[in-house]
Design a protein. Structure first.
Length: 188
């Protein structure tokens, strides 16, 4: 297993739609193991394959809810149903999210309260998770990565401007930049 470099915003792989997984082989199993290791080293609650420079439709997640239930798994070729996004401004305290591909930044964003994730696992076994609240947010964030969308692309005008400024100030927004958890001193 290995911790993989995490691509930073500006790398084209983060801004393009990822392809369906068609080979459920040892290479895929190794990728998934490495993605879990990378996510946990970062640390993060989710990681999508494009973030480690692999343009395939899969993501891993690891989150413990208020009832101490651990939601940990891999979603391959996922489909996501979401409820309508609530109207109104995002709450800075309760609705701010971050991304390992825009490390160290957090901005408020409205998300759907309910999401239903349908996907297959490494054994091509289908599963479904009905997610609410923060888990629903994680699924929306990771699914977006597979569509080539970062959460900073979805911000309202003020937060979007602040994010664009932070990206520019860090020298991001161009191809070829990455960071490796445990090696580079950056936090998501
Ligand atoms: Zn992200």
């Amino acid at each position: 297993m290995a911790v993989l470099p995490i691509q930073i915003t500006g790398n084209p792989v983060l801004h393009a739609r990822a392809s369906e997984v068609t080979s459920f082989d040892l290479t895929l199993a190794t990728l998934v193991a490495d993605m879990f290791e990378t996510m946990e080293a970062a640390p993060g609650v989710g990681l999508a394959a494009p973030q480690v420079d692999i343009p395939l439709r899969l993501f891993v997640f690891n989150w413990t809810d208020d009832d101490d239930t651990v939601w940990r798994g891999v979603a391959i070729n996922p489909i996501l149903w979401v409820s309508p996004v609530p109207i109104g401004p995002a709450d800075e305290e309760k609705e701010s999210e971050g991304c390992l591909s825009v490390p160290g930044e957090r901005y408020p964003l409205r998300r759907s309260e309910l999401a239903i994730l349908t996907a297959v696992d490494l054994d091509q076994k289908p599963f479904e998770i009905r997610a609410e609240g923060w888990l629903a947010r994680i699924f929306q964030h990771e699914y977006d990565h597979l569509e080539g969308v970062l959460y900073v692309d979805r911000l309202d005008h003020a937060a979007g401007k602040a994010a664009a400024k932070a990206v520019k100030k860090s020298g991001w927004g161009e191809p070829g930049l990455s960071w490796t958890p445990g090696i580079d001193d950056l936090e998501g």
